[in-house]
Design a protein around this ligand. Structure first.
Ligand code: IPD
Length: 258
């Protein structure tokens, strides 16, 4: 645990500094499209390089994978980083974006830190240590009925719009209210803190969910098995929700959350 404690403290410091860098760079530099509605700013690359260099200096034998640069270094203890999750919000001046930093041992998520600098929010969790938002413990909601729920449905160009629309229709038919927030990591963190009853997306990538998986596990939320199969390399669907609505939402979406 001593080794993990050092990594946990480093993760919180680095994600905080990375969030400050993202704030400084907002509005400067170029913005380009990687694919349909898939934006990348100069800050995405700069923040990822900053975190990668600092981790390489602190823990030279650890692996590193980032959204923008892919797998830079291998290792059984490895860091997974989304430098800015919610880039489409970030580039428009919306506060709903975050830096996401996670440490895994092979497929086991150990440490998760999300810093949303424009919201003034820091989520932290490590395996067995609970999950916290700005220093206070968080828990998933105790919601029991779908017709009392708010559900966020994540959207990307990676799955066909008719599939997205039929997922939304199925959820609406149960009387739930829908929301789209533009940051998968923060949507999942909202499930961990009980601000949101469920988050579902037909396909999402490892860097978007890595830190949030630790928050969700430590907050008592139910989560579908994102890390099974090719999830770590190719991405997977995700359903994360308050535990008592997991059976109903798992049946509805086909993604078994436990
Ligand atoms: C995206 C956001 C979005 C989610 C997508 C992600 P990015 O990440 O988290 O909310 O629906 O699946 O790709 O591009 O902002 O890092």
């Amino acid at each position: 645990m001593k080794a993990l404690q050092g990594r946990f403290e480093t993760a919180v410091t680095l994600a905080t500094e990375a969030g400050a860098l993202a704030m400084q760079m907002r509005g400067a530099g170029t913005v380009t499209l990687k694919g349909p509605q898939d934006w990348v700013t100069e800050a995405d690359g700069a923040v990822e390089r900053f975190i990668s260099a600092r981790l390489a200096a602190a823990f030279p034998s650890d692996g590193f994978q980032g959204e923008e640069g892919g797998v830079a270094r291998g290792g059984s203890l490895r860091w997974i980083v989304d430098p800015i999750d919610g880039t489409a919000n970030y580039m428009r001046g919306s506060p709903r974006f975050c830096v996401s930093l996670a440490c895994f041992e092979d497929r086991t998520p150990l440490i998760g830190v999300l810093v949303a600098p424009a919201l003034g929010e820091t989520y932290v969790a490590h395996q067995g240590g609970g999950a916290m938002l700005n220093g206070r413990p968080i828990r998933a909601a105790d919601t029991t009925a779908l017709d009392r729920c708010v559900v966020e449905v994540g959207w990307s160009h990676r799955r066909p719009n008719p599939d997205f629309l039929s997922l939304c229709e199925g959820i609406l038919a149960q009387g739930a209210r829908l929301r789209l927030g533009g940051s998968g990591a923060l949507g999942l963190a909202d499930v961990a803190s009980g601000r949101l009853d469920a988050y579902v997306e037909l396909h999402i990538n490892l860097w978007d969910v890595a830190a949030a998986l630790v928050l969700l596990a430590e907050s008592g939320a139910a989560v579908s098995p994102f890390l099974e199969g090719n999830g770590p390399t190719e991405g997977n669907p995700i359903l994360a929700c308050a535990p008592d609505i997991a059976p109903a939402l798992s049946g509805l979406t086909g993604f078994a959350a436990r």
